[in-house]
Structures are given as C-alpha cells and as structure tokens.
Ligand binder design. Structure first.
Ligand SMILES: NC(=O)c1ccc[n+]([C@@H]2O[C@H](COP(=O)([O-])OP(=O)(O)OC[C@H]3O[C@@H](n4cnc5c(N)ncnc54)[C@H](OP(=O)(O)O)[C@@H]3O)[C@@H](O)[C@H]2O)c1
Length: 447
C-alpha cells in the first residue's frame, strides 16, 4: 500500500498529520510506503531535515518517508509521480489548498486510466466548497471520474475520542439513549470555543466567517452524532459493521433534513475587536462568533432547543455538548460531554450536603479519559488516518451530508442577510460559553 500526501510541506501536514503518523505504534504502518509531495524542497535530505527539525522525536517513521518535489499543475507531473506508485492499493491524501484539488484530481485520473491498478482512495481536506452550489460543482467534478466509495471527505473533528465515545455512550447505555429525548431534556447546548484569532488565515477567514468555517461542519456533525437514533454497535462482524456505518450515515442525513432554523431574533453574531485591522478591512461584517438555536422536527426532539455557539478569541478553549434535563429544582441535571481540551463526561446531580437538614448542592460524577485509562487517547488525525487506511467510513461525512449541511448553512446566511444582522463587537478573550448558556451560580463550580 502506498500513502501519498499532497501538501506535505504545508501547515496541516507538518503540524497535524505528520505527528499523527509518527505516533502510530511501531509496526502498525510497517507495510506502508509513504510518499510526501511538495514544491519548496528539492531533495529528500532537505525535506527530512525540515521535518526532523520540527519534530526532533519523530523516530522511525522518517525512514519510511520518500519526498517528491513536484507541482501538480505541471505537464511532467505524472512522469515524476508514476514510478513511486504501487499498483495494488494507493491512497491519496489531499492536504493542499482546495484551489489545487481539480489539478491533482485530473492527474490522479490520468494516472489511473493508464495504469491497471487495484484500488485507490482519495481523502480531501475541508473546505468542501463555499456553499451548496460550489459543493455540488466539486461533487460533479469528482463523480465524473471517481465513484463515491473512493472519496473520503475529512472532518478531523470527528476523530476526537469524546466525539467517538458519543456513539458508544448511546449505543451501549440504553438508559442514556432513552434519556436523551424531549421527554427528559429541556435543551441541548453545543459549543466550539477557540482562543485563537484568525492568525495567518486572514484572507481565507474574511471570505469564510464562523458560520462556514465551524458551524457548517464541526457543529452540524456534533449535533447529528448526538441526536441520531444510534443502531446497535457491533465489533466483530465486518458485514454488520459496514451496515452500522451505513446506518449511522443515513441517520445523520435524515436528521439534518429535519433541522429547522430559528427566527431572525435568535441569531446573534459577534466580531472580536481588532479583527478589522487584522484583515485590513475597516468595514468587514464577517462574523467571528455565532450564537443561535436550532430545532429538530422529529418525534424525539420536537421543540427541544439546540443552542449553538462558536467563536474565536474567546476566554477559554473549550468544546462540549451539554444536555440539560427537565428539573423540579433551580439547578437542573446536566450531562456534559467535554471534547477539548479535556476529554471528559460529567453528570451533574443534586446531592445532600453533610448537614442535619435536606440542604442540597450540585455534585459531579466524572469520567475522564486520562483519569480512567492513564493515557491520552489517540490524536484525532491518527484516528482519521487509521480509518482511511482501513476503509472505515463511520467518521467521514458523505456527500449527501455535506450537501444538506450547506443547504442549512446557506439558509442561515440568507436569513442573516435578509434581516441585516451584523456582528456586535466583543473584547477579545472575555467571553465564555456560560455567558451565552446562562447557568445559575450554584451550577458553575460544583465540587
Ligand atoms: N492548517 C490547518 O490546521 C488546517 C486544518 C483543517 C483543514 N485544513 C485544510 O488543509 C488544506 C491545507 O492547508 P494548510 O494550512 O496546510 O495550507 P499550506 O500551509 O498553505 O500548505 C499548502 C500545501 O500545498 C502545496 N501545494 C500548493 N500548490 C501545489 C501544487 N500546485 N502542487 C503540489 N503541491 C502544491 C504546498 O507546497 P509548497 O508550500 O511546498 O509549495 C504546501 O505543501 C486546506 O484545504 C485547509 O483548508 C487546514
């Protein structure tokens, strides 16, 4: 098997993908040749020096990497690439800017037409278009040359362990599956809060904004994984597992089709102070924060508000899903699934304090990956690569999901435009998720 990385000199490959490759247990990638394609280095040793300076403890994986200097837009690209490819199974990972994708895909197609080959797979990094129309364009482009089963759209957020554990939590804890419904829940909160600003991605971000950058993919992925009816999980039977993956994918799309957007008054946009100077546009109306509420018109979720928040330059880096239960007391029970930076599941319950009366307080039943297993779970990209290599599609959105998520995103953006909702400035590093999902004091810092 050959794993070919386009964009192997870029930010994503060197900061995220390569460390994930390096952290595979020794032997796991033994039978794999890795071909790294970039333009800026001429020789193998220059490239390996560059990687090993960035990652001094990378170890044996460096010996497995072969570097190829090649430009996908040049005529002689294919003649440079072909000698490096195994004809049995080739996996292409596109970690370049999306504007280069069409050229790379054309080259892969040309190679394939001329080479009797076993199987290929192609992984693409987001963004998958800028709206439903441009995604359909990309999809058409792909479908003309590659069948859908060869395409893997990457949303690395789904490789995070707590996101995965959502599946197990629901599939293997029947009481949880039953409790997560309108009968027991008053609302669900989903937050992806970042402390970073736009950093070097100014031009990209100014065109994109928080709704397209995070809401369209990570938030809608989290929402669907949390809200779908999960079929029973199986581990051994391969065929069953494929059916499981397919069922999860279908359920996610079905659920997205039932998502209802809120009235315009329930949409709040923010822009951190200083953003306009960073992107050099004194009139920018690009949102760096969005807070809104969605509903899912299904029997399980009808009228349960799904409160959504994502923002840059917030006071803390924190992503979570929280289910808030109906309650007879002012502090409702909550199930909190923390995705990052800590991977935890907390259940907040009311307990009696050590007193003579019935005084109560909120306490936390806690599970943390590190606390329980004494080890950090694999990095998201390790899981993504593992599944890509093993052809497991559970964590890769299919094109129907992406199309539907763009449809919702486009409708949300149209509503914003129609109602002329513009971002409110906020001071950097001051806002917390709690400021949007108001909790009373006793809930804030339970012991
Ligand atoms: N950075 C992240 O954390 C992140 C997170 C999620 C998704 N993504 C997505 O991942 C993709 C890559 O992002 P990035 O931040 O890594 O970008 P980047 O740092 O600008 O890297 C782009 C890479 O593409 C290569 N490249 C450009 N044109 C090429 C061509 N014609 N032929 C062959 N190679 C070419 C560059 O090679 P040379 O530089 O050697 O010329 C470089 O290796 C984007 O789609 C981005 O949206 C990035």
């Amino acid at each position: 098997m050959t794993l070919v990385f386009f964009g192997a000199t870029g930010h994503l490959f060197t900061r995220k993908i390569f460390p994930a490759l390096a952290s595979f247990p020794s032997g796991d990638l033994e039978n794999l040749s890795i071909l790294a394609i970039g333009r800026r280095f001429t020789t193998q040793s220059e490239y390996i020096n560059f990687l090993s300076t960035l990652h001094p403890n990378a170890g044996a994986i460096l010996k497995q990497i072969e570097y190829l200097q090649a430009d996908a837009r040049e005529e002689d690209f294919l003649s440079k690439l072909t000698p490096h490819l195994n004809t049995q199974e080739v996996l292409f990972y596109l970690a370049t800017l999306p504007s280069v994708y069409p050229d790379i895909l054309k080259q892969i197609h040309r190679w394939r037409v001329n080479t009797p080959t076993g199987s290929i797979r192609i992984a693409l990094e987001k963004p998958f278009g800028q709206d439903a129309t441009s995604f359909v364009e990309l999809e058409k482009n792909l479908q003309n040359t590659f069948p859908e089963e060869e395409i893997f759209y990457v949303d690395h957020y789904l490789g995070k362990s707590t996101v995965l554990s959502l599946i197990v939590l629901k599939a293997e804890n029947l009481f949880m599956e039953k409790l997560l419904s309108r009968e027991y829940l008053q609302e669900v909160r989903i937050a992806v809060c970042e402390t970073e600003g736009v950093e070097e991605r100014e031009a990209f971000y100014e065109e994109t904004g928080a709704i397209r950058d995070i809401f369209q993919n990570h938030i809608l992925q989290l929402l669907t994984l949390f809200a779908i009816d999960i079929p029973p999980l199986c581990e051994e039977d391969k065929r069953e597992c494929q059916r499981f993956q397919q069922k999860v994918a279908e359920e996610k799309v079905r659920l997205l089709e039932m998502v209802r957007l809120p009235e315009a008054q329930k949409i709040f946009l923010g822009q951190y102070e200083g953003y306009r100077q960073e992107v050099n546009n004194s009139h920018s109306h690009t949102e760096t924060l969005v807070s809104t509420t969605l509903f899912i018109d299904s029997p399980r979720w009808r009228n349960v508000p799904f409160r959504i928040l994502t923002g840059k330059k917030m006071a803390e880096k924190r992503s979570f899903i929280e289910a808030v239960f109906h309650s007879v007391v002012p502090s409702p029970n909550r199930l909190s699934i923390e995705i990052q930076p800590e991977e935890r599941i907390d259940l907040f319950i009311n307990v009696k304090t050590p007193s003579m009366d019935f005084a109560s307080t909120m306490a936390k039943l806690n599970f943390s990956y590190f606390g329980t297993f004494g080890a950090k779970s694999p990095e998201a990209y390790q899981k993504i690569l593992y599944d890509f290599i093993h052809r497991d599609r559970t964590l890769f959105p299919n094109s129907r999901f992406i199309r539907q998520s763009w449809k919702i995103t486009d409708e949300l953006r149209q509503k914003i435009e129609q109602h002329k909702i513009i971002p409110t400035p906020y001071p950097p590093h001051t806002l917390r998720a709690e400021d949007f999902f108001i909790l009373n004091q006793s809930e804030r810092n339970p012991g």
